[in-house]
Design a protein around this ligand. Structure first.
Ligand code: ADP
Length: 263
C-alpha cells in the first residue's frame, strides 16, 4: 500500500511537471513549424537542397509535436466519471477502433464471459487503458500475430493476495486479460514496465507512459494488475477490477451512440 501510494504520488508529480513542460514545448514547436513553413513558402522553387533540409526539420518538428500531444493527454486531469460498467459491452464497442489501431496482420479475438459482473470505473479511462495495452501488443508483433481479449468473473483468494497483490483485498473481481503472441518481456523489463517514462522503444515512438497510465487507472479503481511474460514467449496482462456489489449505488454507464451501434 505504501508503495502504491508512493507510485501514485510520483505519477501525479510527473503528470504536473510534464503538463507544464509539454505546454511550453507546444508553443515553441508552433513557432518553429510556423517559421519553417514560412521559409519553405519564400523559397518557392528555389534551392532543392535547402528545401530538403527544411522539410526534414519540418518532419522532425511534427514528430515532436505528436509526442507532446501524447504527453499533454497524459497529464490532463479530467474529472473522474465513475459508472457501473458492463466491460463486455465496452470491449464490443471498441472492436472497430481496436481493429483499426492494430492493423491487418494481427487477428483480434475476444472471449467474453456470459453473466459478467459489473465494475465501478471511469469508462473513458478503461477504454484508454485497453487501447494502450492493444497498442503495446501491436508494437510487440511487427510480423503479425494474435491479440486476445478475455473477460471473466474471478476470485482473488488470500493466498494469491498475500503472494502477489498486497495492495488489494481478497474477493470478487472482473478479470480482463489482454494477451499477445509477440516478443515478450524480460524480467528486467517487467520490473520497470509501470515506471513513468520507462520505454525500450526507439526515441520518438514510445513515451513510456502507457503502462504507467494503465497502472494508475487500475490502482485508482481499487484493482490489481499483473504482467505474465517471458522474452520470446508473448505477453499476457491481467487487470482485476473489483466487482460492483450494489448496482443501484452507481449511475449506469450508457455507451455513446457509435459504440452502441457497433454492437
Ligand atoms: P511505451 O509503449 O511507450 O514504451 P509503456 O509504458 O506502454 O510505454 O511500455 C513500457 C515498456 O514495456 C515498452 O517499451 C516495452 O518494452 C514493454 N512492453 C509493454 N507491453 C508489452 C507487450 N505487450 N509485449 C512486449 N513488451 C511490452
Amino acid at each position: 500500500t505504501e508503495l502504491a501510494l508512493q507510485q501514485s504520488q510520483k505519477m501525479e508529480a510527473v503528470g504536473r511537471l510534464t503538463g507544464g513542460i509539454a505546454h511550453d514545448f507546444n508553443n515553441l514547436l508552433t513557432a518553429i513549424l510556423g517559421n519553417v513553413d514560412l521559409a519553405l513558402r519564400r523559397l518557392g522553387d528555389g534551392d532543392e537542397r535547402l528545401k530538403r533540409s527544411l522539410n526534414s526539420a519540418r518532419q522532425a518538428s511534427e514528430r515532436a509535436a505528436s509526442l507532446v500531444q501524447r504527453l499533454l493527454a497524459f497529464s490532463r486531469q479530467h474529472p473522474l466519471e465513475v459508472r457501473a460498467v458492463d466491460v463486455n459491452k465496452l470491449v464490443q464497442g471498441m472492436s472497430e477502433l481496436l481493429r483499426r489501431t492494430i492493423g491487418e496482420t494481427i487477428t483480434v479475438e475476444s472471449v467474453l464471459a456470459g453473466g459478467l459482473w459489473k465494475t465501478a470505473v471511469d469508462p473513458n479511462q478503461l477504454e484508454n487503458a485497453l487501447l494502450n495495452l492493444a497498442v503495446n501488443a501491436r508494437d510487440a508483433m511487427p510480423g503479425g500475430g494474435r491479440l486476445t481479449i478475455e473477460t471473466a468473473n474471478t476470485y482473488l483468494d488470500d493466498a494469491y493476495v498475500t503472494a502477489n497483490a498486497s495492495d488489494v483485498s481478497s474477493g470478487q473481481y472482473i478479470l480482463i486479460a489482454i494477451s499477445d503472441t509477440g516478443g515478450g518481456m524480460s524480467k528486467e523489463v517487467i520490473e520497470r514496465a509501470f515506471e513513468p517514462f520507462f520505454t525500450t522503444k526507439p526515441s520518438g515512438s514510445g513515451t513510456g507512459l502507457g503502462l504507467s497510465m494503465v497502472y494508475g487507472f487500475v490502482k485508482q479503481s481499487g484493482g490489481h494488475i499483473k504482467i505474465y511474460s517471458e522474452a520470446g514467449e508473448g505477453t499476457a496482462i491481467k487487470l482485476y477490477l473489483p466487482r460492483l456489489m450494489d448496482e443501484n449505488q452507481v449511475e449506469p454507464w450508457v455507451p455513446t451512440e457509435p459504440a452502441a451501434e457497433r454492437k
